[in-house]
Design a protein around this ligand. Structure first.
Ligand code: GLU
Length: 470
């Protein structure tokens, strides 16, 4: 068994896997790998009203997609918090037996009522010395000692909490079930966790948990609270407002390597002048001490730019393989029998340099596999607004008909001749041809597109466009 540090990632399976959770998991994973430790995955599934088995599987799959995988010698788990319920209650009752916790029979309404007059925030310690026995409806509360709790946090430094501001918090509910704060600590103790690296929103829980660690007879782990992720408006990322699901980015064709790299840079940067670095360098360089305190902007545009860079780093063959899911029957917008792998291969390199996500690929090549591509009407209107557009289409159709070598070079020469004879620029005359043939205003280079599409389809579409213009 390794004697190295033991990190953990402890998600609650209440929805799609949040990018913030993914970043926390990756921080833990990078440290585990560099320090020769263990990464424990613990599913905190004790909130029965919100947890669903499919969310657990979603987390496991998304972690594997990011490279954090069962089967790796430094990966342990998944463990399930619900399996330890007995240990949670036992730990609480030990604290009760030692006088570190006590039962209280006030209802939440009564607690609130008293708070109005006691001048204390929250529970005022009413039952501290009443010596109540356990009983139905009685909650078990931790007896917060006087003094100060100092949390040493690798990201935030030393954070001091005056214990007078911390109420005697609940360990067991009135029905006897353990609260999150307790279950989380007891699990970390059972799993011999040495480092708790988690989201900043848990910092206010930390003094309470540190007291629990000590009351239960162990010294607290090393803490690190990593900054929250915010959106463009500097608001905390939320699943209602923002696109936060890792699964969604995966489906849209963000590559795992770029997702990993991008998430690691939220609050941290590799040494040197580029943020796009291989995973091994991240593992070598990442330190919690270098993580920023301030909220990190989850910038989707930047993620897309990272992804574009990663796409361009692939070999063409890798790119073609990576595109398979977005070109698959039922996913791609053309009838399955119309797809021609050779045509796609011929265009692949030109597409690869122009997309940011794999999901952009089908719209770049659909003109090859659809009998009649749908026309982007705004692009059409713009492309044919000049009086010369129709003539250029007519002349290009004639040139295509008589062109004896159907290659991009010859097609370009043909359009150049037409363009020059009219005193125009190629940048302009390509537009009506492009929309006529591909249906779109933008796409891969025009002449290569025509070459791959072939003479018949090109001619048919040019004639249709001319007819449309009357
Ligand atoms: N289950 C908690 C959450 O998902 C994590 C608690 C922790 O990391 O200590 O927010």
């Amino acid at each position: 068994m390794s004697n190295g540090p033991r990190y953990r990632f402890a998600p609650s399976p209440t929805g799609f896997f949040h990018v913030g959770g993914a970043r926390t998991a990756l921080y833990n994973w990078a440290l585990t790998l560099r320090e020769g430790g263990v990464f424990v995955l613990r599913i905190e599934d004790t909130d029965e009203s919100r947890n669903q088995p499919q969310w657990t599987q979603g987390i496991i799959d998304a972690l594997a997609w990011l490279g954090i995988e069962k089967g790796h010698p430094q990966f342990e788990g998944p463990y399930f918090q619900s399996d330890n319920a007995t240990a949670h209650v036992e730990a609480a009752m030990r604290l009760y037996a030692e006088g570190r916790a006590y039962f209280c029979d006030l209802t939440p309404d009564q607690v609130q009522e008293r708070a109005k007059t006691s001048g204390k925030q929250g529970y005022d310690g009413f039952s501290r010395d009443r010596g109540l026995e356990p009983g139905p409806g009685r909650v078990l509360r931790f007896r917060v000692p006087e003094g100060e709790t100092i949390v040493h946090d690798l990201v935030r430094g030393e954070v001091r909490f005056d214990n007078a501001t911390i109420e005697d918090f609940v360990l067991l509910r009135g029905n006897g079930s353990p609260m999150f704060l307790l279950a989380n600590v007891v699990d970390d103790q059972i799993m011999r966790i040495t480092h708790v690296v988690r989201a900043e929103e848990h910092l206010p829980n930390t003094p309470k948990q540190q007291m629990l660690w000590e009351a239960l007879g162990s010294s607290a782990p090393t803490w690190a609270h990593v900054p929250v992720l915010v959106n463009e408006q500097r608001k905390k990322l939320s699943k209602r407002r923002d696109k936060v699901a890792v699964e969604q980015y995966r489906e849209e064709g963000i590559l795992p390597a770029s997702m990993v790299n991008y998430l690691m840079t939220l609050g941290w940067a590799p040494h040197g002048d580029t943020e796009i670095v291989p995973w091994q360098r991240i593992v070598d360089e990442f330190r919690l001490e270098d993580v920023n305190h301030s909220p990190a902007f989850f910038d989707i545009q930047k993620l897309l730019a990272f992804n574009g860079e990663y796409i361009r780093k692939m070999t063409v063959q890798e790119f073609i393989s990576a595109c398979e899911p977005v070109l698959a029957p039922g996913v791609a917008p053309w009838p399955a029998d119309k797809f021609d792998a050779e045509k796609f291969r011929a265009m692949a390199e030109l597409v690869q340099t122009r997309v940011q996500v794999l999901a952009d690929v089908p719209s770049m090549v659909d003109f090859l596999f659809l009998d009649t591509p749908q026309v982007d009407e705004a692009a059409w209107t713009k492309a044919v607004k000049d009086s010369w557009a129709r003539d250029v289409l007519v002349e290009m159709a004639a040139a295509c008909e008589s062109c004896n070598e159907w290659t991009a070079v010859h097609l370009k020469t043909a359009l150049e001749a037409i363009t020059e004879s009219r005193g125009l620029k190629l940048g302009k005359t390509q537009a009506p041809i492009r929309v006529a043939v591909t249906g779109r205003g933008v796409g891969p280079p025009l002449f290569e597109s025509l070459e791959v599409l072939g003479r018949d389809a090109t001619l048919r579409r040019l004639h249709n466009a001319v007819n449309r213009l009357g």
